[in-house]
Design a protein around this ligand. Sequence first.
Ligand SMILES: Cc1cc2nc3c(=O)[nH]c(=O)nc-3n(C[C@H](O)[C@H](O)[C@H](O)COP(=O)(O)O)c2cc1C
Length: 178
Amino acid sequence: MKDFLRRRGVKKYKDQAIEQEVLDSILENALVAPTSTSRKLCEFIVITDREILKQLSACRDQRSQFLADAPAAIVVLSETEVSDVWIEDLTIAAYTIQLAAYDEGLGTCWTQIRNRKRSNHESAEDYIKTILNIPDNYEVECIVALGYSDEEKEPYIRKETDCERIHINMYHDTSEMA
Ligand SMILES: Cc1cc2nc3c(=O)[nH]c(=O)nc-3n(C[C@H](O)[C@H](O)[C@H](O)COP(=O)(O)O)c2cc1C
């Protein structure tokens, strides 16, 4: 796995299709992402259809515009009755997609769906469920946009103050130490 300091959210993508074997490799990783029980119950809808991506790009107004120009996106969803920690399971699966994509040289950006509304107050999830024919007993956590990056972003630099968020052996109020 490459240096994580270079992983940045990417919202501008080259007009370049993602090879099927690259998508397959990302999905293989997503399918075995850690879940609360050994039953892997997260599901994924892979979208490469340009018209559908355009429709999805309106799900969060400005916060989802980048989906319109992404060559692919993966919708991360699950039945909610199957586990009481389905949110954690889906979150880990979505981040696994982001890391696997990064390892393949792709940029990604997360679009939050659960608990989010569109500007017309409609639920972002209801909007997506209608477009993608998702059953009522499923919840959508997020949509991960994927593509070859067409933007330059500075890598993260580890700051001195980052250490204040790390506690050794027990909680210490590190703000007083500054
Ligand atoms: C839980 C979560 C929800 C997010 N939702 C959105 C979103 O709806 N729209 C968006 O443009 N970015 C979204 N992002 C991306 C963040 O804004 C982005 O990761 C953040 O700006 C940090 O940038 P980085 O990925 O380069 O570290 C989300 C990220 C996370 C982890």
